[in-house]
Design a protein around this ligand. Structure first.
Ligand code: LRH
Ligand code: MN
Ligand code: MN
Length: 419
């Protein structure tokens, strides 16, 4: 089934809804242009079912290699016109033939966002173990192995046309006394400095923090303060990466975002949602208002610094799927991000600033919630429609029986690499 054909049946209802919302703001065209430019990278490790160490229940048709992963993302992008990027995890998704992979991605309109290194697992044939950490390790040879791996990942990225590296370390300790905190920090900093030296001029490195898991007593890049310390010591190409699931409970993530932006040190995002910890659930499924407050700070802070919303930060999803079809889940996540971005663009900034100056707390809340409670689905759908996408990506996915087709093509028992 053609996308246009599916859109046909939805057009009249869409037009009614769009006319209504377009009449509510004088910013319609500007918002549509911003939405069209905004692209969210899909993680190469989230195209199969996973995300739990207890059981994995694949529904079939999972991509068997990187080529098929790119085809899956190509399909998402064709439907929503907002998934024109992929973030690769190495060695889970080593491009065996980078030139071909790059060409295939380009065919689908997909570029390579940040490359991710992996020193949190031992790979088959690996000389030394990361059981007690990687860059923080007391053994210099193990630290060097982790440095070398990160430099390898940069090389893969250069071949693909990526321009950033995300370093997430599981380094830390599970018990008091296990680690000398200062020494672990120093070793990690020195390792990151070596990796930093290998970055091409136009590259960035993102230092991703996480408060807990798999270490449950201390983490060597445990929060945004520690990440910012590393990024500051490393230099202008180093930034902090915020993964929404990596905070202690009730952390005020929007305030963290505002301050990192103010310091010019916010590099990018791993979007997901959670109720308890690093749950990696569908974006916007649990705390949509928190996501809105984060986007509100992003729009305000990026505008204050004259930044390009679409280009100056890395927008990536980092989620996993236990009970949903991964592609449907990713469509929902991207949609949640686009809706929230659109709502943040609707915030009446002048009115909010005036309310703040007058200590008018009630009006300040009203201004934010006015935008948050606006139904912007038709705005986002219109942006998709104009770009040649689907008015209802999820509806199309089901109507066209995409999963059944993938199972027919790839088989029922395929398992994608990833978490
Ligand atoms: C760690 C993390 C990090 C990894 C990914 C697989 O929890 O968020 O970004 O690279 O998950
Ligand atoms: Mn992450
Ligand atoms: Mn995580």
């Amino acid at each position: 089934m053609e996308i246009a054909q599916h859109n046909e049946s939805l057009l009249a209802a869409h037009q009614r809804a769009f006319n209504y919302i377009a009449g509510e703001t004088d910013q319609t065209e500007a918002i549509l242009n911003k939405l069209a430019a905004f692209q969210v990278a899909i993680p190469s490790w989230a195209l199969g079912t996973g995300g739990t160490r207890f059981g994995r229940f694949p529904a079939g048709g999972e991509p068997r290699n990187l080529e098929e992963k790119i085809e899956d993302i190509g399909l998402l992008h064709k439907l929503n016109q907002s998934s024109g990027a992929i973030s690769l995890h190495i060695p889970w998704d080593i491009p065996s033939n980078p030139a071909n992979i790059r060409a295939l991605a380009a065919e689908h309109g997909i570029r390579f966002d940040a490359m991710n290194s992996n020193t949190f697992q031992d790979q088959p044939g690996q000389a030394l173990s990361y059981k007690f950490g990687s860059l923080q390790h007391v053994n210099k040879a193990i630290r060097q192995q982790a440095i070398d791996h990160n430099i390898e990942v940069i090389k893969h990225g250069i071949e693909l046309g990526s321009d950033s590296l995300t370093v997430w370390l599981s380094d830390g300790s599970c018990f008091p006394g296990q680690l000398n905190f200062r020494q672990a920090f120093q070793h990690t900093l020195e390792g990151l400095q070596e990796i930093y030296k290998a970055l091409p001029d136009n590259w960035k490195v993102f230092v991703e923090y996480k408060a807990f898991e798999p270490n449950f007593y201390s983490t060597t890049v445990g929060d945004w303060g520690q990440s910012l310390l590393y990024a500051g010591k490393l230099g202008p190409k180093a930034y902090t990466l915020v993964d929404l699931g990596h905070h202690l409970p009730n952390a005020n993530i929007e305030q963290i975002v505002a301050l990192l932006l103010m310091e010019g040190k916010l590099g990018g995002f791993h979007f997901n949602d959670s109720k308890y910890g690093d749950d990696d659930l569908t974006v916007g499924s649990i705390k949509p208002y928190q996501l809105f407050l984060i986007f509100n700070e992003l729009v305000e802070g990026m505008d204050a610094r004259g930044m390009n919303h679409a280009k100056d930060l890395g927008w990536m999803i980092d989620a996993s799927h236990n009970v949903k079809d991964p592609l449907e889940d990713l469509l929902q996540s991207v949609e949640a991000i686009m809706l929230t971005y659109a709502q943040a663009l609707l915030v009446d900034r002048k009115k909010l600033a005036a309310a703040q100056l007058n200590n008018d707390v009630v009006t300040a809340q009203e201004v934010l919630q006015q935008a948050f409670r606006t139904d912007v689905r038709a705005l986002v759908a219109e942006a998709r429609l104009r770009a040649g996408g689907s008015l209802n990506p999820l509806g199309y996915f089901r109507a066209a029986k995409v999963r059944a087709q993938l199972i027919k093509k790839r088989g029922l028992k395929t398992v994608a690499t990833g978490l």
